[in-house]
Design a protein around this ligand. Structure first.
Ligand SMILES: CCCCCCC/C=C/C(=O)SCCNC(=O)CCNC(=O)[C@H](O)C(C)(C)COP(=O)(O)OP(=O)(O)OC[C@H]1O[C@@H](n2cnc3c(N)ncnc32)[C@H](O)[C@@H]1OP(=O)(O)O
Ligand SMILES: Cc1cc2nc3c(=O)[nH]c(=O)nc-3n(C[C@H](O)[C@H](O)[C@H](O)COP(=O)(O)OP(=O)(O)OC[C@H]3O[C@@H](n4cnc5c(N)ncnc54)[C@H](O)[C@@H]3O)c2cc1C
Length: 664
């Protein structure tokens, strides 16, 4: 059956031009062409083979990761790939590795926090990978609470050096990716102490390993923190621990773009907000939002193709059974995830714009939008990674029993993805940052300060606090104004309720702690509004291609109405909509599912994923699932022999024992 497209009928049903949708998904024709070319390059290179990853021991997996990274670097040089192409290459290799932290955090930290001189020195080494770096912030005892970090960097004016020290076991660096076995250098976050005074957390470039033989430098203890969840998965990464015993570094290895320490040991505070020391996290959170749509779309692609292949029940008189994708329950679970993948794609594009905008403003000493950029990156990182991790697991269940097989691609994808809910800020901790931002904004309403950006809607509080939805029939829920008003009213009313409840406390911080759960819900409502509004804004752009806009329109309203249904309690309890209107939203949702159904397979084809990248028997482009499941099963080491190892020692004696007992 090789060569037959088992999904051809599905593809023929599509009512839009898939090639045009591929461009919209990629962001531009250029981005599509680069991605397409590099994905094929990776798929055709045997060094990047990954189908046996689960069967490798940790050591084998790690060594194969080193090999892939070295080969990738060689190819980047040979083919003279530019930064964008090199980034796509690493993405499609699809194996977490030290390079992610080197390029994703070490280099950006130096770019963001190093002086020009420091950038010149360190980036020229890092860009050629003559040094490899990681981002060493988290400690055994503190991750979320950055202000609680214990590592010290004490200035010694006698030698013009900082002494980096780990004063307690809980001060050991713990988790940094690439640290365990690879990094030669790290940006280490430590408490800066000079003239006996603690000036809080600052970044320092510290060499960890010899550039000659890779052994740890004197007074440095470093290693891998151990095996993590799942076979393969994130175990290709050497997350590490690190302890310093009074390690000396030159003063000029403190990242000094923001604040400085002079030769005499005087601390010169930055004339810009001190929070810019957290700038690398803002940058990475923004990239994590863009990546959420990659991971979710991958899972959705597998679940959608397989749901079209898989048939259960419904056969009459020996006829053909029903494709499981035709069950409304399957659609109700799958299509909102398909819609979410597109929604996260577009909000990711918007967030990239916001980040670029704030970066330009900061360069011009305009710090006004920094709090919003922090709230948006934190909140959207939290919202999209939570939904994506849950979504991948839902896709596994949507694939029934076979989804639980490693070769479905879903267990490993879940195991690799789920720590995104924790790293770069625990998702609850991050929503609480959004909540603080919202409470400040609400407190300023009526003060004459007009809320802008993503909180502009709060400026229409007089209307939004008393309006009632005008929806009268199901189709009214396809009106962008009706949807936006419902989401805005719900978000504002939840924030205002929290603010009112907070005001009942004499001690605001105590009140905040008491109301944490409500505050997180208000923050989530605000972030969902952002995603919905950016999807609607996307539809207002000039989108060409036969039928493309119609499909995006359907997905946009599936996303919004599915959220409305899921969080109905919020919408009803805040009196934004009536039960009747909620029921109309459900009617509309069902109708949208019917419209998406014939386009579902084509909508996931638009992601343009190669079979190599998906690495899933269930998600194969040709839908030839069953013979390939057998092929994979035969490859399992347990099937190397018909009679298993251990039969003679452990199985035969038991069987013989039973036989004797039975005879008695
Ligand atoms: C492409 C790469 C591949 C990805 C691989 C992923 C590898 C993973 C890497 C990591 O995980 S690195 C470690 C990441 N760690 C965290 O994310 C820690 C999370 N914690 C924090 O970010 C902060 O400590 C906090 C929880 C946000 C704030 O803590 P706290 O309440 O103690 O606040 P302060 O530090 O005192 O600051 C208060 C003040 O500052 C504002 N603010 C906080 N963060 C930022 C920021 N990033 N940018 C701008 N402003 C920020 C905050 O809103 C407060 O403002 P005001 O209310 O005072 O106005
Ligand atoms: C795979 C992976 C890779 C990582 N890579 C790096 C890296 O490269 N570099 C690096 O420096 N770090 C890295 N980290 C560490 C990561 O950034 C931290 O684990 C993360 O910031 C969460 O901090 P924590 O572990 O201290 O969680 P904790 O803060 O201990 O969280 C535990 C629980 O407490 C809750 N909680 C904590 N504070 C509050 C609060 N104020 N209010 C309400 N609830 C709260 C949380 O919601 C959570 O449920 C990595 C982690 C992982 C899992």
């Amino acid at each position: 059956m090789e060569g037959i497209d088992h999904l051809a009928d599905e593809r023929n049903k599509a009512e839009f031009d898939v090639e045009d949708m591929k461009i919209v998904w990629a962001g531009s024709r250029h981005a599509f062409e680069v991605s397409d070319r590099i994905a094929r390059l990776v798929a055709s290179d045997p060094v990047f083979e990954k189908s046996n990853r689960a069967r490798l021991s940790r050591k084998e997996l790690f060594k194969s990761t080193l090999r892939k990274c070295a080969h990738a670097f060689k190819r980047i040089i040979e083919l003279r790939l530019n930064e964008e192409e090199a980034g796509r290459l690493r993405h499609f290799i699809d194996q977490p590795a030290y390079v992610d932290l080197h390029w994703g955090m070490f280099v950006p930290a130096i770019k963001g926090q190093g002086t020009e001189e420091q950038q010149k020195k360190w980036l020229s080494l890092a860009n050629k990978m003559q040094i490899i770096g990681c981002y060493a912030q988290t400690e055994l005892g503190h991750g979320s609470n950055v202000q609680g970090l214990e590592t010290t960097a004490t200035f010694d004016p006698k030698t013009d050096e900082f002494v980096i020290h780990t004063p307690t076991q809980t001060a050991s660096k713990w988790w940094p990716g690439g640290l365990g076995k690879v990094s030669t250098h790290a940006v280490v976050y430590a408490r800066l102490i000079t003239n006996g005074k603690d000036y809080g957390i600052h970044g320092f470039i510290v060499q960890l390993r010899s550039l000659e033989d890779h052994s740890p430098l004197p007074n440095i203890t470093v290693g891998d923190i151990g095996t993590k969840m799942g076979n393969g998965a994130y175990n290709s990464m050497d997350n590490g621990f690190l302890m310093f015993d009074h390690v000396r570094i030159p003063r000029d290895q403190m990242l000094m773009r923001l604040s400085k320490v002079t030769r005499e040991g005087e601390y010169v505070p930055s004339d810009v907000p001190k929070q810019l020391v957290y700038g690398t996290m803002v940058y990475v959170r923004q990239t994590i939002v863009a990546d959420a749509s990659n991971a979710l779309s991958r899972a959705v692609c597998i679940a959608t193709r397989y749901s079209a292949v898989r048939r259960q029940f419904g056969a009459h008189n020996g006829g053909i059974e029903t494709q499981v994708i035709d069950y409304k329950t399957q659609q109700n679970r799958l299509f909102p995830l398909l819609a979410s993948a597109y929604a996260f794609r577009f909000v990711g594009e918007w967030l990239k714009w916001l980040y670029t905008d704030v970066t330009e403003r900061l360069a011009a000493s305009d710090f006004a939008t920094l709090p919003e950029a922090h709230a948006c990156t934190a909140g959207l990182k939290s919202l999209t990674t939570t939904a994506t991790a849950d979504g991948i697991e839902e896709c596994r269940k949507l694939c029934g029993g076979h989804g639980y097989l490693w070769c479905s691609g879903l267990p490993e994808l879940f195991a690799v993805y789920v720590p995104a809910c924790t790293y770069e800020g625990d998702n609850v901790v991050l929503q609480l940052q959004v909540a603080r931002f919202l409470m400040k904004t609400v407190a300023q309403l009526g003060s004459g300060k007009v809320p802008v950006g993503t909180t502009a809607y709060m400026g229409r509080a007089a209307h939004l606090l008393q309006c009632r939805s005008g929806v009268q029939k199901a189709e009214d829920w396809l009106n962008p104004d009706a949807v936006l008003e419902a989401f805005e009213a719900r978000a504002l009313r939840m924030a205002v309720t929290c603010a009112k409840n907070l005001s009942k406390f004499e001690n605001q911080e105590q009140g905040f702690q008491e109301l944490l759960a409500d505050l997180v819900e208000a923050a989530i409502a605000h972030c969902q509004l952002i995603v919905v509004s950016k999807f609607i804004a996307k539809l207002e752009q000039d989108i060409g291609g036969k039928g493309v806009k119609k499909q995006l329109n359907n997905l946009c309203y599936i996303y919004a109405l599915y959220l409305l249904h899921k969080h109905l309690g919020d919408f009803l309890s805040t009196n934004c909509i009536t039960p009747k209107q909620a029921s109309l939203a459900n009617d509309q949702l069902r109708s949208l599912y019917t419209q998406v159904r014939p386009n579902a397979v084509a909508l996931v084809d638009a992601f343009n994923y190669t079979d190599h990248y998906l690495n899933s028997v269930l998600g194969r482009y040709d839908g030839n699932v069953y013979p390939k499941l057998f092929e994979e099963a035969w490859k399992d080491p347990l099937n190397d022999s018909v009679v298993p190892d251990g039969y003679h020692e452990y199985l035969r004696p038991v069987l013989k024992q039973q036989l004797r007992t039975a005879r008695l």
